[in-house]
Design a protein around this ligand. Structure first.
Ligand SMILES: Nc1nc2c(ncn2[C@@H]2O[C@H](COP(=O)(O)OP(=O)(O)OP(=O)(O)O)[C@@H](O)[C@H]2O)c(=O)[nH]1
Ligand SMILES: [Mg+2]
Length: 320
């Protein structure tokens, strides 16, 4: 039975978990249902603390998320988790692993865990992630943890989606050195050297600290470096304190507003580009003048660059 979007949003606002799960599926599928749902729930969004957790495969992000849920729940806040699989919708393995790892919370009604396959953009988190976050916010989740594997661009994408980004590293992997070299250090608001029970954790932490001391920052926040053992929960209390401190800093300094503005701009650009691409494809196939233009290019009467320029001017003038 297909329930209406109106019922769906009403149920979601009333705290119905099945409605929340369905709503996330709707926004994941995109299209006009997704737009309508976001439209009806938008006024309930924007209140949660969005925390991105990124780092190389296997550093312990999911284990850390699991431990962090336990810690945050002590304060009574509701925690939503989105585990975004950046590779393909078909790698169910990692997603299944995450589910099992976070299973301890399945009976807790104030915890909601969802895996999302990120089909649309390689590296990017995708438009659906923004909207899935909104569904969780409308359902009154206070902290939303977004886990994604750090593979180049996705670190940047998560930093664009989250208010606070946690960069997770582990000792002895050369990860820290790699991070320092590649410049992804810049996206970390908080650094966690996980697997602190393994040799070299303190050394890694001090290397990161010294490289941070040499860095310049865009604002007054100085990223803390925390050694943690996610498997036992050690260090997770201080991670949670740092998260709260960072959120407070963001709000009081006005940085939160700037970050969210940049985020909205990125989302808007993505939305417009996606729509434009779709419209363009349709209209190119049906428009006579475009067909003529194609002929002209084939006849070498006009080059593709000039033709594209003309087309863009036509398109935007037509919409003014
Ligand atoms: N020794 C040790 N092992 C850990 C710790 N935390 C996680 N692990 C182990 O590291 C492995 C990977 O953990 P995950 O939490 O799945 O790592 P992940 O970063 O989420 O992995 P992907 O999502 O596949 O990128 C598992 O075998 C964990 O048991 C820790 O604090 N100490
Ligand atoms: Mg994981």
């Amino acid at each position: 039975m297909k329930i209406s979007l109106e019922t769906l949003s009403k149920d979601l606002l009333a705290g119905n978990r099945r409605a929340l799960a369905r709503a996330i599926s709707v926004v994941e599928d995109g299209g006009s249902d997704a737009s309508d749902l976001v439209k009806s729930l938008f006024s309930y969004t924007g209140r949660a603390h969005l925390v991105g957790i990124t780092g190389s495969p296997g550093v312990g992000k999911s284990t850390l998320v699991d431990a962090l849920i336990t810690e945050i729940r002590k304060s009574g806040l509701k925690v939503g988790v989105l585990a975004v699989d950046p590779s393909s919708p078909f790698t169910g393995g990692a997603i299944l692993g995450d589910r099992i790892r976070m299973q301890g919370h399945t009976l807790d009604k104030s915890v909601f865990i969802r895996s999302m396959a990120n089909h649309n953009q390689a590296g990017g988190l995708g438009l659906a992630t923004y909207d899935a976050v909104r569904m969780l916010e409308a359902a009154e989740f206070d902290v939303i943890l977004i886990e994604t594997v750090g593979v180049g661009q996705s670190e940047l994408a998560i930093a664009q989606t989250a208010d606070t980004t946690i960069l997770v590293l582990m000792p002895g992997s050369g990860d820290d050195i790699q991070a320092i070299k590649s410049g992804i250090m810049e996206i970390g608001d908080i650094f966690v050297v996980n697997k602190g029970d393994l040799p070299g954790a303190n050394k890694s932490a001090s290397e990161i600290t010294s490289s941070l001391e040499l860095s310049s920052f865009a604002n007054d926040w100085r990223p803390p470096v925390i050694v943690a053992v996610s498997e036992t929960g050690q260090g997770i209390d201080s991670l949670w304190s740092s998260l709260q401190e960072h959120f407070k800093f963001l709000k009081e300094s006005g940085v939160l507003l700037n970050r969210r503005k940049a985020k909205v701009q990125a989302e808007l650009a993505e939305l417009v580009a996606a729509r434009a691409r779709e419209n363009l494809k349709n209209s190119m196939e049906s428009s006579d003048s475009v067909q003529q233009l194609l002929e002209q290019i084939l006849d070498k009467k006009v080059d593709p660059h000039t033709a594209a320029e003309g087309l863009i001017q036509d398109l935007f003038r037509a919409r003014d």
